[in-house]
Design a protein around this ligand. Structure first.
Ligand SMILES: [Zn+2]
Length: 280
């Protein structure tokens, strides 16, 4: 009898272990499931803060009465911590992050102008300070702006609200030094690592938090992937996953192949969707 009990114990233990392993595997895949596109980090991050969507309403929904009004992108947010992943209409929005870049941003602006399309640029404060003239060019081209923090901290959402606010204000101040009339009504967390505190702080500064629906991982250049294969992957990922209202993430900073990819993508997208900059 003792032998049989211990056999049972072994069986139960094995079963529990199997469930545990399966559970962990499922949890590991969870971050991949909340968008229709490929995994979503701009830069690898060991502990994705957006792996689990908050079930309760976040602090972002309670705004102080004196806060400037942030634009609405529809009632549905869908992104981590109450950030938006769609435009709220059938229009599709192109967003380009991490600039301005002295070489690539003017090329992207030229392409957008040629195609009569506007986009949203998520700017890094440090890069704004180096290239204020590009901020003016982005705005003059009819594009809209998004704050992407001062130095692309992937963990800014874990900092105290006062430090977050100082970082976001510093970035907005640099943009306003470049163009005093510039409207900055959107915020995107580096890596998409939104937290309720980050979304709420951005909102208190009049900025709506924007995530994305489609991420072609244009920043990712796996070993062995040729430039042509990279461009083809970016194009096919966007074409496969885009839908009405999608916000598409790409980068104008140091990504020449992204511009080459969008040379094909923009005409393809224009044929099927209305392309807009996020509204201000
Ligand atoms: Zn970024």
């Amino acid at each position: 009898m003792r032998l049989s009990r211990s056999k049972k114990a072994v069986l139960v233990g094995t079963a529990l272990l199997t469930i545990g392993v399966a559970g962990r595997a499922a949890a590991g895949e969870a971050p991949h499931r909340h968008t229709t596109a490929a995994p979503t980090f701009e830069t690898p991050s060991p502990a994705p803060s957006h792996a689990v969507r908050p079930k309760k309403k976040t602090a972002a929904h309670t705004v102080a009465a004196h806060a400037p009004a942030a634009p609405e992108l529809g009632k549905k947010t869908g992104g981590p911590a109450g950030s938006h992943l769609s435009t709220g209409t059938s229009a599709v929005a192109l967003t380009f992050d991490d600039g301005p870049d002295p070489v690539q941003t003017p090329r992207m602006l030229k392409l957008l102008a040629q195609q009569h399309v506007h986009a949203t640029f998520c700017l890094i404060g440090k890069n704004v300070r180096r290239h204020p003239e590009l901020v003016r060019q982005i705005v003059a081209g009819g594009n809209t702006l998004c704050n992407h923090t001062w130095s692309h901290s992937l963990t800014i959402g874990k900092q105290p609200a006062a430090r977050i606010q100082a970082d976001l204000r510093r970035t907005n101040d640099a943009i306003h030094q470049a163009d005093p009339k510039a409207k900055i009504e959107y915020f995107r967390a580096p890596g998409g690592n939104f937290t309720p505190r980050l979304v709420a702080t951005a909102k208190s500064l009049g900025m709506t938090s924007v995530y994305w629906k489609v991420d072609p991982r244009d920043w990712d250049h796996p070993k062995g992937e040729s430039d042509a294969a990279h461009r083809a992957r970016v194009i096919s990922t966007v074409e496969k996953h885009v839908g009405k209202g999608a916000i598409i993430l790409s980068h104008d900073y140091n990504q020449p192949d992204t511009i080459a990819a969008y040379r094909s993508l923009i005409p393809w997208l224009r044929h099927r969707y209305r392309l807009v900059a996020l509204p201000v």
